[in-house]
Write a protein that binds this ligand. Structure first.
Ligand SMILES: [Cu+2]
Length: 143
């Protein structure tokens, strides 16, 4: 315990800060099955998460991968003629030092062609790729 404390206070702190630079924190990812749109077997899901850009540089979420689905896309929700629609976007901009929340009615990660049943409590593994921070793995809890 004493060794760890000394380490944190002295030499290691520089290393810890260096490691944190250019990093994106992926907070509390969660997933749910998407409302059925037609009766196409496999079904889709959506993942929501808080992305925290802890670096002094802007970054962007540019791609997502998940073994739980045939494909994963970054989507935004928009309203057209009073209907809630969604469409893929190339990226989600993450300003330096800011949080961007992916949430119902806004940005989300779309899981297309689920290979895994999204049962509440189950975990969905994801890999989020950021323009500067690179790949960050995350595990979303199904709600
Ligand atoms: Cu979507």
């Amino acid at each position: 315990m004493r060794v760890i404390a000394a380490c944190l206070l002295a030499a290691c702190s520089a290393a810890v800060f260096a490691q944190a630079a250019g990093k994106i924190r992926v907070e509390e990812p969660w997933a749910r099955r998407a409302a059925a749109m037609g009766g196409s077997g496999a079904g889709n899901g959506a993942v929501y998460v808080m992305l925290v850009n802890e670096s002094a540089e802007a970054d962007a979420l540019v791609a997502v991968q998940s073994d739980a689905a045939g494909a994963a896309e970054i989507h935004e929700t928009y309203r057209d003629m009073g209907m809630m629609m969604m469409r893929p976007v190339k990226q989600i901009h993450l300003p330096a030092g800011r949080k961007v929340e992916l949430k119902p009615g806004g940005y989300h990660i779309m899981l297309l062609g689920l290979k895994q049943d999204l049962k509440p409590g189950a975990a969905v593994k994801l890999s989020l790729r950021f323009e500067k921070a690179g790949a960050v793995s995350a595990e979303a809890t199904v709600k």
